[in-house]
Design a protein around this ligand. Structure first.
Ligand code: OOG
Ligand code: MG
Length: 257
């Protein structure tokens, strides 16, 4: 039997992102399972690397119940981050570059010395140099932000852009810090880092394990997004967005056009 057209699906999703034009779901009709979907993601990200972008990190998705419920998919997933997705803290994003962007509050790790594949992380402060509040902009390439598990994996887990706030040394506890997402000074979402797999440190174990299954090893110097603590909120033009994480501070962005 001939398998799904990995390169063709990656091209469709890449063009959808480049032109900010939604496409229909692809996995069911092309027979894409989870493994094939990660192969599409690899090809989709390779397309970016081929035009000069650099891999700068890994992001986790659907590590909180709020996110799983919002998109109707209940498996933890991971995707790749490249340098052009990173927006400076306080920087501006043009919503016209995206299809239906949403923003969500995250916790970011700056990776340091990572265990060998198959080994537990062990001492978190060995593996992580610093932590920061962050905002992720997600933008599903599928119409109506509706997808199955293999669809969202193939689409690089809806990765669009991200902002990292100031880095701090790893605090003693990360497992129950208050999280706020504010739009134009109003609270849009409230949560806790406990929503991220009970403790965002667990997201790193999951990332190492799940990415390792596909031969991907996290690197020192990479950014790691642990996954949103709350549901995501649509990003409209002319908005000022702040993510506030207790003890870690604030990350912010503005949107234009
Ligand atoms: C998938 C990406 C999920 C998170 O933090 O949970 C994600 C989506 O919601 O479109 O980035
Ligand atoms: Mg996210």
């Amino acid at each position: 039997m001939i398998g799904p057209d990995i390169a063709g699906i990656a091209e469709t999703l890449g063009t959808a992102a480049d032109t900010a034009t939604a496409v229909g779901q692809l996995a069911a009709e092309t027979g894409l399972d989870v493994d094939a979907a990660y192969a599409v993601q690899t090809a989709l990200v390779q397309r970016r690397l081929d035009r000069g972008e650099r891999l700068v990190g890994l992001k986790m998705g659907l590590t909180s119940k709020a996110k799983m419920a919002q998109v109707g998919v209940d498996e933890v997933i991971w995707g790749r981050l490249t340098d052009t997705m990173r927006i400076p803290d306080g920087g501006t994003i043009d919503v016209a570059d995206f299809i239906h962007p949403r923003v969500e509050p995250e916790v970011a790790f700056l990776l340091d010395r990572l265990p060998e594949p198959g080994e537990p992380v062990g001492d978190f402060t060995d593996a992580v140099r610093a932590v920061a509040p962050a905002i992720e902009l997600i933008d599903s390439r599928y119409a109506n932000f509706t997808f199955s598990l293999p669809d969202v994996i193939a689409d690089n887990t809806s990765a669009g852009a991200f902002v990292i706030g100031p880095w701090s040394p790893v605090p003693d506890g990360l497992d129950n810090l208050g999280v706020l997402l504010e739009i134009d000074g109003r609270v849009a979402q409230v949560g806790s880092t406990a929503a991220i797999l009970g403790d965002p440190r667990r997201a790193l174990d999951e990332g190492i394990r799940l990415a390792g299954r596909h031969g991907v090893r996290l690197r020192s110097g990479w950014v790691f997004l642990a996954g949103a603590a709350t549901a995501a909120v649509p990003l409209r033009a002319g908005a000022h967005v702040r993510a506030v994480v207790e003890r870690l501070g604030t990350a912010s962005l503005r949107s234009s056009s």
